[in-house]
Design a binder for this molecule. Structure first.
Ligand code: TYD
Length: 142
């Protein structure tokens, strides 16, 4: 769900995933190139984030990411250098797609939160933009 800001952040999309709720329990899924808009090369999981701590605070030059909070809840703030929005992920049936060159920060993790992130590339430190002014300078000339 959108917590604040508008849907104006370029490269960021909140997606509803299929959800099958049955007496036996619930099932949600996402298919590559149908729900996940890129070929997945990697996943990582963030969990056990202490209260008050945040993750991220960077952008990726070329990596696409698909965030699903599969347990608990967390907030993701995303901005394209001009517009900012904040999203709450609190169900496995919602995903936040983040394109390259979007600055994100993950925070307000519930104690039980498990954030699954699908990524379009193998891990490469050179893909990270951690300097906010460098990010803004690149955005300004593209
Ligand atoms: P980092 O990307 O800084 O985490 P976050 O964005 O959540 O704050 O990564 C933290 C550490 O984990 C860093 O040493 C790099 C390593 N790492 C990998 O080896 N592979 C990965 O896929 C990721 C995301 C991180």
């Amino acid at each position: 769900m959108l917590a604040s800001g508008g849907f104006l952040v370029s490269g960021v999309t909140l997606k509803q995933l299929p959800l099958l709720e049955e007496e036996r329990g619930s099932l949600s899924f996402g298919e590559v190139m149908r729900h996940v808009p890129f070929e997945v090369r990697r996943y990582y999981v963030i969990f056990g984030v202490p209260e008050g701590q945040g993750r991220g605070d960077h952008a990726h030059r070329a990596t696409h990411q698909f965030n699903v909070c599969v347990r608990g809840s967390c907030h993701i703030a995303a901005d394209d250098g001009t517009n900012r929005a904040e999203f709450v992920l609190d169900t496995p049936a919602t995903a936040l797609y983040v394109a390259p060159m979007v600055w994100t920060r993950e925070f307000r993790f519930s104690p039980d939160a498990v954030l699954l992130v699908l990524a379009s590339s193998y891990y490469d430190p050179a893909d990270y933009l951690r300097d906010r002014s460098e990010f803004l300078a690149i955005k300004a000339r593209t």
